[in-house]
Ligand binder design. Structure first.
Ligand code: COA
Length: 141
């Protein structure tokens, strides 16, 4: 049976292995230890893991900046996909955001990631006609 609970420091090694497997092309500023370090400072209660038995097979990170909520790092181990775990993680994060007053949630996916777009569409997310822009604040680090 699956269980979703908040991240604990002792999960770091398992989460790192999972993200390295699922997000192998992530840039250096998204290195798991950096992401985890920051998330433990900012809304750590919105960082969730999903366990099946004692194995950690999924993650979800949410954030709220007081205006919009965000979903990041929704990930399910390939061996455990299409069992509803991704949906459970997203719903869990959405409920946690709602509880703290967040009115809307956004997420970003690579434009080549059509499979993940299908997943989010099934969960009620719609493509919005916006241009997503970003800037590294510490280039080279
Ligand atoms: C996206 C992801 C989290 C989905 O996890 P999952 O546990 O397989 O998803 P679910 O089983 O809850 O799927 C719910 C529904 O979404 C849809 N869906 C899920 N994966 C899909 C895919 N690859 N292609 C098309 N539709 C998909 C299906 O309609 C599915 O329902 P069904 O199984 O009854 O058909 C998982 O594929 C993953 O970790 N992908 C890589 C990481 C990633 O790119 N994350 C998003 C960036 S933040």
């Amino acid at each position: 049976m699956a269980n979703i609970r908040p991240f604990r420091p002792q999960d770091e090694a398992q989460v790192t292995r999972l993200w390295q497997e699922i997000f192998p092309d992530d840039p250096p500023h998204n290195a798991p230890h950096l992401v985890i370090q920051q998330k433990r400072l900012w809304h750590p209660e919105l960082f969730f893991v999903l366990e099946v038995e004692t194995e950690l097979v999924g993650t979800a990170m949410a954030g709220y900046d007081g205006h919009r909520g965000w979903l990041n790092s929704i990930a399910v181990k390939p061996s455990h996909r299409r069992c509803g775990f991704g949906e459970q993680l997203v719903r869990h994060a959405e409920i946690a955001l709602q509880r703290i007053g967040c009115p809307k949630v956004n997420l970003q996916i690579r434009d080549t990631n059509t499979e993940v777009a299908a997943f989010y569409s099934k969960l009620g997310y719609r493509v919005e006609n916006l241009i997503s822009m970003g800037k590294l604040l510490s280039p080279g680090e």
